[in-house]
Design a protein around this ligand. Structure first.
Ligand code: FMN
Length: 216
């Protein structure tokens, strides 16, 4: 699959088969993800791959913490969102909600689903060495982009999971991630459950006129 097709087709997967991903396939995925560019080729990332029962045990802890602390998925805003951002958020809800079983509370689906990595057999945690300033979050974002595109091209589904970084200390303890690493983002990875309606939802994008300024 060429890269433009992967970009065009890829969307986040929120329902997975239990089928495990074999190690060679995971290594191939990680190889492609880590071909990402980084400032001065410093590659400030580390990836922690959690599969099978370990992933499930970690999820049980995350769901417990999420309920105790009443954490909900949000955009990490510093001030109230401008109208345009609120509209885009609502558009995502309009896109996903009709694909969920009747009476599902959207936030519960996202919050609990995220902590469970939507049932994916593998979760990958991307960490940044705290030697670096926030500028290097960009590099982690690029690896994330490569990872989700490579997953798609390899016939896998993926979903970035930012919610769980609210439980960074628990994740660090559980996975023995050293204090000098910041858990920036997690990604659910697995084989898509094609029968699940939620995987047929397709988020939209704002038109270029809304996003691009030209100067000539
Ligand atoms: C940094 C980041 C964090 C995200 N965190 C979550 C999350 O915690 N839970 C979730 O269900 N989706 C999460 N997503 C997925 C977004 O909701 C999704 O990418 C967006 O709605 C666009 O849809 P698409 O990925 O299907 O194109 C996250 C995406 C990014 C890039």
């Amino acid at each position: 699959m060429d890269v433009l097709t992967a970009i065009e087709q890829r969307r986040s997967t929120r329902a997975y088969l239990e089928t495990p991903i074999d190690k060679e396939t995971l290594k191939k995925l990680l190889y492609y993800a880590t071909q990402a560019p980084s400032a001065i080729n410093i590659q400030p990332w580390e990836l922690t791959v959690v599969s099978g029962e370990e992933r499930k045990r970690l999820s049980r802890l995350l769901v417990k913490r999420m309920k105790e602390r009443n954490i909900s998925c949000g955009p990490g805003a510093r001030k109230p969102l401008a109208h345009v951002f609120v509209q885009r958020q609502k558009e995502l809800l309009r896109c996903i909600l009709p694909t969920l079983p009747e009476n599902t509370i959207f936030n519960d689906f996202i919050n609990e689903g995220s902590c469970n990595f939507y049932g994916a057999p593998t979760a990958i945690f991307l960490t940044l060495d705290n030697t670096f300033s926030n500028a290097r979050f960009t590099d982690i974002g690029i690896v994330l982009g490569y990872l989700v595109l490579a997953a798609h091209a390899m016939g896998l589904g993926a979903c970035p999971i930012g919610l769980v970084t609210a439980f960074e200390d628990d994740i660090r303890d559980y996975l023995n991630i050293p204090d000098e690493k910041t858990v920036v983002i997690a990604v659910a990875v697995g084989y898509r459950d094609e029968a699940s309606p939620v995987n047929r939802s397709r988020s939209s994008r704002a038109p270029l006129e809304e996003l691009v300024r030209w100067r000539e």
